[in-house]
Design a protein. Structure first.
Length: 287
């Protein structure tokens, strides 16, 4: 199994005239790799997954795979609020050569904990590649309980969790309850240093698009938390509107993508917020 205990960027999908801008995507990927990022999530929240067709996801995955070293783990987001659809897409991800699937807690239909356990176990039993749980209650409403996470951690094909609630007490309890071998990845950039202190192994990040070396350095040396915290205001600005609206504007301002275009119903960052981003990027020496 590849090393998932690393700095993982949840890749945006650059668009130009509603088509995927592969030139900008390659530029982002190379920038990440050159500054110490160890893996990528494709077709996650940051990629605007609800607006991507599967043919587009497959093409993105194939392109990224061709650009990276074979040792770089590539995780594909496959979660839906239908178990059968998630199984179908997870099997397609396995056929593409994904190293693991990232499966979000089902949204909108609000299943009970026993339904969540059955959902994730059914997916894990349908494929040979590993499953990483994705708990993000700010988007799904429903949250995996600690007890459910511990139960699921015992399944041989469920290897870890992206925990994005920002609840450090929960992260600590997962680390204690599931053990060192259960992968614990942060999904909340603002609390990442505390997450590592609580027993975390790495991150699936949005802000690592912008400051990848800072994330990579922190994972290697927790004493770098002081340096990391200098960027907390910038990290906060990256979530001033729904992700990935601000990070796309930031990437455009830094010259890493040509356009900050998103697909509806998401839309570009408004001018006052853009001006604040410019000011902070200049202050941090990033443009």
């Amino acid at each position: 199994m590849k090393n998932f205990k690393t700095t993982i960027t949840a890749l945006v999908t650059p668009f130009k005239n509603n088509q995927i801008d592969f030139s900008s995507l390659e530029k982002i990927v190379q920038f990440q790799l050159n500054q110490g990022v160890g893996g990528f999530v494709i077709n996650g929240t940051t990629a605007e997954s609800p607006t991507l067709d599967w043919s587009e996801v497959a093409e993105i995955f194939s392109k990224v795979k061709s650009w990276v070293n074979p040792q770089v783990p590539l995780i594909l987001g496959t979660g839906f609020n239908s178990t059968q659809k998630t199984i179908k897409v997870s099997q397609a991800a396995e056929s593409l050569g994904a190293d693991a699937v990232l499966v979000v807690v089902p949204y909108y239909n609000k299943p009970p904990q026993r339904g969540l356990i059955a959902h994730f176990e059914s997916i894990a039993e349908s494929i040979q590649i590993p499953v990483v749980l994705y708990n993000v209650p700010s988007r799904t409403i429903t949250s995996l309980s600690l007890e459910s996470i511990i139960t699921l951690s015992k399944h041989k094909n469920i290897i870890g969790i992206k925990e994005a609630s920002g609840d450090i007490a929960l992260a600590s309890a997962i680390a204690r309850g599931c053990g060192e071998n259960f992968l614990l990845l942060s999904g909340d950039d603002g609390t990442y240093p505390e997450f590592l202190e609580a027993g975390g192994h790495g991150v699936v990040s949005v802000a690592s698009h912008i400051i990848p070396q800072v994330f990579a350095d922190l994972l290697k040396d927790k004493s770098q938390a002081k340096t990391y915290k200098k960027y907390l205001h910038l990290i906060g600005l990256l979530f001033s509107e729904a992700n990935p609206i601000p990070v796309k504007k930031t990437l455009q301002l830094m010259g890493l993508i040509e356009s900050a275009e998103l697909r509806l119903p998401l839309c570009e960052l408004e001018e006052p917020s853009s001006r604040e981003l410019v000011s902070e990027l200049q202050k941090m020496g990033l443009m």
